[in-house]
Unconditional design. Structure first.
Length: 306
């Protein structure tokens, strides 16, 4: 597959990953009676179980290259991309709202692009400046809409903002490290790498269960637990298995500076799902933000053309 084919296909995979990942912003609203810790534990238990089943026929092939260093890398990536990230994100949504969480996570493209621009052979920042400018405009518009009308200071909202920043930092580090590992292991399929990440994440999520139960003293009905199980399973299959799979394939096709721009689609879809959940149309500033998201990606593509 030549570069001209890889770039459009990689972008398509990035869009699909963003559409699938955007659903996790709504899940905490659907299960507000459960904590972010419980949501993370439920989601990643299912993710780990499904990954384990799918890996069984792949074990003979995996044994030919898996080393202790790879397992250590997978533990770090699982903590960054899944455990720490989603506990922080789910808490941010419940304490600060979908819009605020989307705003902060919206800085991911800027963070990943800026850090990725230091990689060898990357497009220099001066050529990415127009794209980053539209990213910044989009984020400011989203933030203006999210914070407009807040008349009083709330510690809970501030704590939600801090959680969103934690999620931002965690996922920025993950995106860069994961892309480098995928480039370092060309013989490993993106699907296998995703399933191995899921297996490790599932094992780590077992450690969350005691804490998740200890910090929630509320009593939940059978119906609430059924809804919680359905939401956890949905996030595991659509966001973790399918979304991560598309993202890993995209990460192998695109340079790091363009990988960063693809994260904008998660923010865009999170907002669209939020509008559907609230049964309203976007405000003028939100229309501007979505248009700027599209311009940012187009300009980033132009910067990568030779």
């Amino acid at each position: 597959m030549d570069g001209r084919t890889q770039i459009p296909l990689g972008i398509l995979f990035g869009i699909i990953a963003g559409a699938l990942w955007g659903t996790v912003f709504i899940a905490p609203e659907l299960a507000r009676d459960f904590t972010g810790l419980q949501l993370a534990a439920g989601r990643y238990l299912v993710y780990g179980a499904v990954s384990a089943v799918l890996l069984i026929p792949r074990l003979p092939a995996l044994r030919t290259w898996l080393e202790p260093g790879h397992w250590r890398a997978l533990v770090g990536l699982s903590l960054l991309a899944n455990i720490v990230y989603y506990i922080a994100l789910a808490t941010a949504v419940q304490w600060g709202g979908v819009a605020m969480a989307s705003l902060v996570i919206g800085f991911l493209p800027v963070a990943v692009t800026v850090v990725g621009s230091r990689a060898q052979g990357a497009v220099p920042l001066r050529r990415l400046a127009p794209s980053l400018l539209f990213s910044a405009i989009a984020i400011v518009c989203i933030g203006w809409q999210a914070l407009a009308g807040e008349g009083s200071f709330e510690w809970r909202r501030l704590a939600g903002f801090a959680c969103a920043v934690t999620a931002l930092v965690s996922w920025t580090i993950y995106a860069l490290r994961n892309a480098r590992w995928l480039h370092r292991l060309p013989q490993v399929s993106a699907h296998d790498w995703n399933l191995l990440t899921g297996l490790v994440t599932g094992a780590l999520s077992l450690l969350l269960i005691p804490a998740a139960m200890y910090f929630d003293s509320r009593t939940h009905s059978v119906g609430a637990w059924t809804r919680f199980a359905a939401i956890s399973a949905g996030m595991a299959v659509f966001a973790s298995i399918l979304g991560n799979g598309f993202w890993n394939r995209m990460s192998r096709m695109l340079p790091l500076t363009l990988v960063g721009q693809m994260i904008l689609f998660e923010t865009l879809f999170a907002l669209l799902y939020g509008f559907a959940w609230e049964a309203r149309l976007p405000a003028p500033t939100e229309w501007i933000a979505m248009a700027c998201v599209g311009m940012s990606v187009v300009l980033c593509l132009h910067a990568h053309r030779r």
